[in-house]
Write a protein that binds this ligand. Sequence first.
Ligand code: SAH
Length: 354
Amino acid sequence: MDVPNFYNLTLPELAEYLVSRGVKKFRAQQLFRWIYGERVKDFEAMTNISKALRAELPQMLKVELPTVLTEHLSTDGTRKYLFDMGEGKSVEAVLIPTAGRLTLCVSSEVGCNMACKFCYTAKQKLQRRLETWEIVGQFMAVSERLPEGMRISNIVYMGMGEPLDNCEAVFRSIEVLHSPWGMNVSRRKITVSTSGIVPMIPQVAKAGVRLAVSLNAVDDETRAKIMPINRRWPLADLLQACRDHCQQTGDKVTLEYVLLKDLTDSLKDARRLYEITRDVPCKINIIPFNEHPNSGFHRPSEGRINRFQEELMRLGAHVLRRKTMGRDIYAACGQLTTLQEKTPKSVELAPVPQ
Ligand code: SAH
């Protein structure tokens, strides 16, 4: 039998597995504490576990994280990690330091099938969905590289892939990272972002985490042009799912809105955006388009970005501009890819701390 990877199991699953191997249930909590809490991966160092069991554990469990292939450091402090996912496949995770927070943006899939026209990741078709341990592993491997005392405070499922196209692994990874016996990340500090897979949106409320939705356009025609998924689930359905989510959780949803020059950035668009979202408890996060090779789209001028934001503010919307982070290392929103040949040569490789 294949030895399961510790990072692939939720606490109840680990307990059940151990019990099936004749080990007491409470050992699962001890292992969670050691491996997540104390960052001790060597069974021999787990002093509250009997010697005999310590010797048996390696035959029952492996404790393996995905390998970090490269780490890039941006001038603004953002770090981008490239993870080996086997068979030549890889994904990226981005660590974003902002005032009082350290946010990790994790990937959920290798490539993506949503085919959003403005997104760099979408140029790579879905190759495979990540498993639980590979998502948990991004968090753990990055955590291991942080200086003592530093901790990732927030997790956003906004990296490569569509999280709601990989619900099983995504929500299991949330359960693992949330576990008070594990990393104890509060559900309030975890956000799942979707391009709009409407029937899966209720799962976000069920998991007790925050919802972000990539709205990106204010009418079905424009949205369908840049986000093919809109043909399946149009704006009315998507906004209804948002309202339902808010009603059920008492939460606000984050509506992401990518500003594309001459396509989604007019004052008329801003007013329409206000109109269609005024009955959705939300905050609007505008994201000026981040360039990537041959996208065919452009970032609006600063003046236009500001006017768009000001118009929404004037109308009374709760609107924030997402600060562009890590653009120099291709780590900004919509710039993640593992199409190596297209990654700009100017990217400097920062030394990977051992
Ligand atoms: N698939 C999920 C998770 C990815 S989140 C989703 O679509 O929500 C990535 C965010 O970056 C999305 O809101 C997306 O609309 C936005 N984005 C994609 N490409 C971009 C680009 N080139 N510039 C700015 N934002 C972009």
